[in-house]
Write a protein that binds this ligand. Structure first.
Ligand code: NAD
Ligand code: ZN
Length: 364
């Protein structure tokens, strides 16, 4: 399967399938990476032991010199300190202007390695090799970043890869909670733009959770295609790209208040998407949107209820920090129906407070 992200001169292909890691050397040639310049593969301590050797072997057999850097798995590695370590490896490895960085891992590796690629010598080649389901989202679209202790994703760039190579075989070793978390972003893409696909995800939830190759291949292709469509129309989030943030205002607040890692990203935005649907009902939309959203998320083993220990006040404060508040009003992505959302910029903070209280009572 292959999809094209249409961004004029910066257009690139997404390949999705089985056994793709074996052909990565050839894909780098196709992407135009010079064989005389070293490649840097960035991976983490969970992914590298499983897949790095294969990748290095394929690259070497295509005539590349390879330098690898393995970071500690986890969000804490998306830091300036680790960024500097990777840059050190790049300099010591002799990477030059014609070199490229390959991100072999989930969203953490992708965001960090992407920021290295965007900034090393003012930008060198970049390829995404996602190994999580969630990374179908993070590897497409060109947002790359590291965190600051005071704020997530505070330092970053828009930097598109030359190619996304999605080998479905790598997903077999993902822990079940990571599978469900990634599927939250998949169903999000259906909820914002593709009604049929959203219901399809509910119908095929068990196959998706079991990583059935046919179902998963289709779901990731649809998810990537919807994301590619949205960013093709608005690469730098001046307008429409914001619909991709469905569930993320509340979700980010849950992550921030709970401490990163209490809920996985996908779990937090699942609760956030349930919240957006409750908000929709409050604003006069059909209550059925909420019922259907919750049933889809529950089918995918995702949470839709906020544990009562979360303080509404702290969550509201976190949202204000998230720069989405202006004079007691905030911007929310609100479902109009399953598969259709609108950007509403004058949502009252008091309505959001009520939604948060409701989120503790309802759902599964
Ligand atoms: P992650 O990269 O931390 O991966 C999750 C866990 O799974 C890690 O422990 C990792 O080591 C492990 N893992 C990865 N692949 C594996 C495999 N094949 N087998 C076994 N274990 C594996 O997290 P993630 O959920 O992929 O991504 C989350 C990050 O993505 C966050 O930092 C978030 O900010 C970022 N993100 C970015 C964008 C964007 O547009 N750039 C969008 C969404 C999320
Ligand atoms: Zn997300």
């Amino acid at each position: 399967r292959s999809i094209t992200v249409d961004l004029g001169e910066r257009s690139y292909p997404i390949y999705i399938g089985s056994g793709l890691l074996r052909s990565i050397g050839e894909r780098c040639i196709e992407a135009g990476f010079a064989q005389r310049s070293p490649l840097l593969v960035v991976s983490d301590t969970e992914v590298a032991p499983r897949y790095l050797e294969q990748v290095e072997a394929s690259l070497r057999s295509s005539g590349y010199t390879v330098v690898s850097h393995v970071i500690q798995a986890g969000e804490a590695s998306k830091s300036l300190a680790v960024y500097e370590e990777v840059i050190t490896t790049a300099i010591q490895g002799g990477l030059d202007r014609s070199s490229a960085v390959l991100a072999l891992g989930g969203g953490v590796v992708g965001d960090l390695a992407g920021f290295v690629a965007a900034s090393y010598m003012r930008g060198i080649g970049f390829m995404q090799i996602p190994t999580t389901i969630l990374a179908h989202d993070s590897s497409v679209g060109g947002k790359v970043a590291v965190n600051h202790p005071l704020a997530k994703n505070m330092l970053g760039a828009f930097y598109q890869p030359s190619m996304v190579l999605y080998d479905l075989d790598t997903l077999a070793t993902l822990p079940p909670r990571q599978v469900a978390s990634g599927l939250a972003e998949v169903v999000k893409h259906g909820l914002i733009l593709d009604r049929e696909f959203a219901y399809w995800c509910r119908e095929h939830a068990d196959e998706l959770l079991a990583l059935d190759p046919e179902a998963l291949g289709y779901a990731l292709e649809r998810g990537c295609a919807i994301k590619a469509d949205v960013i093709g129309g608005d690469e730098r989030e001046h307008g429409q790209r914001a619909i991709l943030n469905l569930g993320h205002t509340i979700g980010h607040a849950i992550e921030a208040v709970g401490g990163y890692g209490t809920f996985l990203h996908g779990e937090a935005i699942a609760i956030g998407m349930a919240g957006s649907a409750l908000l929709a009902a409050k604003l006069g939309r059909d209550r059925q949107i909420y019922e259907d959203t919750v049933s889809m998320l529950a089918a995918l083993s995702l949470p839709t209820r906020l544990p009562s220990k979360y303080s509404g006040k702290e969550l509201m404060e976190a949202m204000m920090h998230d720069k989405k508040f202006k004079e007691g009003r905030m911007t929310f992505i609100v479902p109009e129906a399953i598969g259709e959302v609108s950007i509403i910029s004058d949502v009252q903070a008091s309505d959001v407070t009520e939604v948060i209280a409701q989120l503790k009572k309802e759902g599964s």
